[in-house]
Ligand binder design. Structure first.
Ligand SMILES: [Mg+2]
Length: 230
C-alpha cells in the first residue's frame, strides 16, 4: 500500500506585499513540474544514449550522471547545444519528443493572474536555455503573464553564482530591497540572499513525483496556494 508522503501541515506564508513591487519567479520546479526535467535527464537521455552506445540502462545512467555532475551549477548544465555536442544527441529534438510531460504546478496560474492584477512587476528569471524556455512556453502558455523573461544565458552566469544577480541589476531596473524572488533550489536562494535580495521564498515541492522538502533557511511553501496574497 502506498503511504502518503506529503503530510506537511498547511502553513501559510505571510509575505510583506506592501514592501514588494517586483516579483521574480524561477521556472523549472517553481512554476513547472520538475518531473519533466528529472525524467528527461535521468531516464530518457540515458535510454537513447545507451541504445546508441550499446550500454545497459544502468551503465548509461551512471556514465551520464558523471558527465552531469562535472558541470553542475554552471551555465553549461542548461546549455542544450553543449549537451548536443558532448553527447552526440539532438537534445532539442529529444525534449520535443516528450513535451507532453511538461506541466504547470497547481495554483500557479491563479497566482500569476493575481500578481498581474496588482501594480507589481512580474518577471521570469530562469537558468533554462532560451530554446528550453521556448519549448516550455509553447507548451504551457504562461509567457504572457510576464513583463520580462530573463535566461541566465543572457547574463553569462548561473543563478547559483552571485555574479548573476549583479549582472541582472544591470539589465533589469528594480529595487532589490523591494523585490521578492521564489525558487526551488536553496543554492540559488543563498546566492540571491548574498547579493541582497529583499524577500526570498523557497518552493518545497518542485516535482509532482517527489516528496515535499521544506527549507530550514528560507520561508518555504509546497505550492503558491499556501501564500497569503496581496
Ligand atoms: Mg528551479
Amino acid at each position: 500500500m502506498n503511504k502518503p508522503t506529503n503530510q506537511t501541515a498547511f502553513k501559510a506564508v505571510d509575505i510583506l506585499w506592501d514592501d514588494i513591487d517586483t516579483v521574480m519567479l524561477d521556472m523549472d520546479g517553481t512554476l513547472l513540474d520538475k518531473y519533466f526535467d528529472d525524467y528527461f535527464w535521468e531516464k530518457y537521455v540515458p535510454q537513447v544514449y545507451g541504445r546508441k552506445h550499446n550500454l545497459s540502462p544502468e551503465q548509461a545512467e551512471e556514465a551520464l550522471l558523471a558527465k552531469y555532475r562535472s558541470v553542475e551549477s554552471t551555465l553549461q548544465w542548461t546549455d542544450l547545444h553543449y549537451w548536443t555536442k558532448r553527447l552526440g544527441l539532438d537534445i532539442i529534438a529529444l525534449k520535443q519528443e516528450i513535451d507532453h510531460l511538461i506541466g504547470v504546478h497547481d495554483h500557479v496560474v491563479d497566482f500569476l493572474q493575481h500578481i498581474r492584477s496588482t501594480q507589481k512587476k512580474l518577471c521570469l528569471i530562469t537558468n533554462a536555455h532560451p530554446k528550453t524556455l521556448e519549448i516550455k512556453l509553447a507548451k504551457t502558455g504562461i509567457g504572457h503573464f510576464f513583463e520580462v523573461m530573463i535566461c541566465a544565458d543572457e547574463i553569462g552566469f548561473a543563478k547559483e553564482q552571485v555574479e548573476f544577480w549583479h549582472g541582472l541589476e544591470k539589465i533589469l531596473s528594480y529595487d532589490k530591497r523591494r523585490a521578492l524572488f521564489a525558487d526551488d533550489t536553496e543554492k540559488v536562494l543563498r546566492a540571491a540572499n548574498q547579493y541582497g535580495m529583499g524577500h526570498l521564498l523557497h518552493i518545497a515541492k518542485p516535482s509532482s513525483q517527489l516528496p515535499t522538502r521544506h527549507s530550514g533557511d528560507f520561508p518555504s511553501v509546497a505550492h503558491f496556494g499556501e501564500i497569503i496574497l496581496p
